[in-house]
Design a protein around this ligand. Structure first.
Ligand code: SDX
Length: 393
């Protein structure tokens, strides 16, 4: 016999997290990083400056930024022994499986920055994570397509370095287009942090036990992988391709509304935004810029996406449920146009979110009131009962 009964476990779990990093107003479509609107940061700032802002709480002076940028740039290489770690995976491993494993393995290669009680080691771990995650993600891509690893260069900015590590080959270098690099940098900024989403909450909970920072960020990578969360960008482009042409959109919209059908419109809806996702607005504009730059403005996938958005936004079901395109709806179209396979989309999301995860982890671990996480439970199982011998069952 089961029944709801509660008892006082003797501790208070607030159930909510205090943080000064990111603010979201889901009704107004507001997203602020340390008080600065995402639209202004995406337009005027750079990902590395946003990383500094999220980590330290203030925009850097020129000198502060130069020191930070130089520190990150000079830590982009991986321990050469990690090459063998990558080579242990099957060639057809999903990039997220490799990224999750490689980030966790950093605690085996950089154990001189795993003592979370040492402020200096915490800072070094944060800088190593932000500096090395592009190399890890690029190498996961190279490994999955059977191409040699390309090493980072110190004369390139953060986004350009990542693009070159993904697309250069020993036979010929990759000329980074400024428009593409700017779009990549903006995609990183739009994905950098997002308050207490599933993967960030995972990082905080893992970190609350004082596990090393690399293990905590690896836990965040694992949580982001799910199609309901960071995996939605990969699922969204696959959905747009399955729809294929605008005349098939009504069929898929009908399926998304049919409660007996598990199909949902990928890239639509959000737990917090019940109005538009401000990141999607910037992303749509960026998609148009990138596709125009690449001479594929009439990309059929973009046409399906724009028509799907128009139809959904006029549909009473989506209006009633307050479903709008989210950050994942357009990002896949841009990444596809740049040349990434869909399997890489969530790994790129993880690259950018590493800044947010690291900032949130640091904020949690530096809080003197910090305690180990222990979410409350409402017990719905059997009430106490006596054991029954198997002969009597
Ligand atoms: C990210 O938390 C974050 O901040 C995440 C993120 C970040 O930056 O970290 O923003 C990144 O994960 C964006 C979301 C990416 N996921 C998707 O695009 C997958 C498709 N979206 C859905 O799975 C869904 O919208 C979620 C998971 C995003 C939100 O799920 P919820 O909280 O259950 O949505 P809801 O309860 O507010 O939905 C209200 C109703 C429900 O119907 P009823 O139970 O009320 O009848 O709308 C329905 C849902 O079934 N619904 C959808 C839908 N999304 C919600 N119906 C059809 N298609 C959809 N996409």
């Amino acid at each position: 016999q089961t029944g709801h009964f509660t008892f006082d476990p003797g501790y208070t779990s607030t159930g909510s997290t205090e943080s000064a990093i990111t603010y979201i107003d889901g009704g107004k479509g507001t997203l602020l990083y340390r008080g600065y609107p995402i639209e202004q940061l995406a337009d005027k700032s750079s990902f590395l400056e946003v990383a500094y802002l999220l980590l330290k709480g203030e925009l850097p002076s020129k000198e502060e930024f130069d020191v930070f940028s130089d520190t990150v740039t000079r830590h982009t290489m991986l321990h050469q022994q990690m090459v063998k770690f990558f080579e242990g995976f099957r060639r057809d491993a999903h990039p997220m499986a490799i990224v999750c494993g490689a980030v966790g393995a950093m605690s085996a290669f950089y154990h001189d920055s795993t003592d979370i009680t040492d402020p200096e080691q915490r800072t070094i771990a944060s800088h190593r994570l932000i500096a090395k995650i592009p190399t890890i993600v690029a190498w996961a891509y190279k490994y999955s397509i059977g191409q040699p690893f390309v090493y980072p260069r110190n004369d390139l900015d953060y986004a350009s370095n990542f693009l070159r590590m993904c697309f250069a080959v020993p036979a010929e270098d990759y000329e980074v287009s400024p428009t593409i690099a700017k779009a990549m940098d903006r995609i990183f900024t739009l994905h950098a942090d997002h308050e207490q989403n599933a993967s960030t909450s995972t990082v905080r909970l893992a970190g609350s036990s004082h596990a090393n920072p690399f293990a905590c960020i690896a836990a965040g990578v694992a949580s982001l992988w799910g199609p309901a969360h960071g995996g939605a960008n990969e699922a969204c482009l696959q959905m747009l391709r399955e729809i294929g042409t605008v005349d098939r959109i009504p069929e898929f919209v009908a399926r998304a509304k049919d409660k007996s059908d598990p199909f949902r419109l990928m890239g639509f809806g959000h737990r917090v935004y019940k109005n538009f996702d401000p990141r999607a607005t910037v992303m749509q504009q960026t998609a148009k810029e990138v596709l125009a730059e690449l001479g594929v403005a009439n990309n059929p996938t973009l046409q399906v996406a724009q028509e799907l958005e128009r139809i959904a936004l006029e549909d009473e079901y989506f209006i009633e449920k307050k479903l709008y395109p989210n950050v994942d709806f357009y990002s896949g179209i841009i990444l596809d146009a740049i040349g990434f396979p869909t399997e890489m989309f969530t790994a790129i999301f993880a690259l950018a979110r590493t800044v947010g995860w690291t900032s949130q982890w640091a904020e949690m671990i530096e809080d003197p009131k910090q305690k180990i996480g222990r979410p409350r439970q409402l017990y719905t199982g059997a009430t106490s009962r006596d054991y029954v011998e198997i002969s009597k069952r």
